[in-house]
Design a protein around this ligand. Structure first.
Ligand SMILES: [Zn+2]
Length: 317
């Protein structure tokens, strides 16, 4: 028995990449119809997912499948989780079958950056393009490649590790073992570190509003930049140049149609997008630059849950 508006299939998208479990009922067009947010309790994760899925099935009886974005690498052939820093150990490798058991639903799991990329590709800033490179810049920097409508994950699932391309050969050590990765310069924590170093060294920068608050975040830097604070504007602009340097390499390598940038650091808006585009233009092979569109993501924090739901939808086809 179905209601008039409810005969269409619906999908549940779940994002496990933040401390808050973000869950949504998503319709066939990628629109969120209902949402829930629950603080994740790592020891109760399976139960929490099972409970919210069952609750949402009560809201809409046409749930066809569940897509889950996780902060880890997923082998989509075997549905096994290869590596994850942030999930409880006990459920790591078998996460997929554990989720199937717990929810009684068909479940698709995918890496969070890949899921967000797919969301933007289907219903966000990537819509209408055939090939897209997605970049997320927040606490870390991730990337994903979509070619002809499909996520391209490489020989062992690591394709698109945009945060770990080398920008500064003399740079700081990165957690991946390399030095001078983009992530050591342009992630949220790296922006804070660079701003602190400079506030400490440079007399004129003590005039910055950031100097008042010793424990500022990357969001504060973006906020002060928007308010016209010169020092914060300079920090955001330099960050954009580092990212644009990486984007130029992507353009040269892939001659890709569209680049979409999301994540918290992009909340600085045009203040960061413009220097990214300028630097990419300055450094990329000109025909590659001219063939591409570089855009800010449009789905915000919903990208991964919408993308996971869309992956669950498209896996049926
Ligand atoms: Zn690295």
């Amino acid at each position: 028995m179905t209601s008039a508006s409810g005969s269409e299939p619906r999908f549940i998208g779940i994002d496990l990449s933040s401390p808050v479990l973000r869950v949504a009922i998503v319709n066939n067009d990628g629109r969120i119809e209902e949402r829930r947010e629950v603080r994740i309790d790592a020891d109760q994760l399976l139960g929490q997912v099972a409970q919210v899925v069952s609750e949402l099935r009560g809201v809409n009886s046409n749930i066809e499948a569940v897509g889950i974005a996780i902060p880890g690498l997923v082998n989509r052939q075997t549905d096994r989780v290869i590596a994850s820093r942030d999930l409880p150990l006990a459920v790591r490798e078998n996460l997929h079958s554990e989720f199937m058991k717990a929810t009684g639903a068909r479940v698709e799991i995918e890496n969070d950056a890949n899921a967000a990329a797919y969301g933007e590709y289907k219903v966000g800033a990537g819509r209408g393009s055939r090939d897209m490179f997605y970049i997320t810049i927040g606490a870390g920097i991730g990337g994903a490649i979509i070619l002809e409508g499909k996520l391209w994950t490489g020989a062992s699932g690591f394709a698109g590790e945009f945060g770990h391309i080398t920008i500064d050969t003399e740079g700081l050590e990165c957690e991946c073992g390399n030095t001078g990765c983009l992530e050591t310069l342009a992630s949220g924590p790296s922006i804070v570190r660079r701003a602190n170093d400079r506030l400490y060294r440079d007399g004129t920068s003590s005039l910055s509003k950031l100097a008042i608050n010793k424990n500022f975040t990357a969001d504060d830097v973006a906020h002060e930049a928007k308010n016209g604070d010169d020092f914060s504007m300079m920090m955001i602009e330099r960050t954009g140049k580092y990212i644009g340097t990486g984007v130029a390499s992507v353009l040269n390598l892939l001659n890709i149609e569209r680049v979409v940038l999301g994540g918290g650091v992009m909340d600085a808006g045009e203040l960061i997008l413009n220097p990214i585009i300028q630097e990419a233009r300055r450094r990329a092979f000109q025909p590659c630059f001219e063939a591409t569109q570089i855009l800010a993501a449009t789905l915000g924090a919903d990208a991964a849950s919408i993308g996971a739901a869309m992956l669950a939808r498209d896996a049926t086809a």
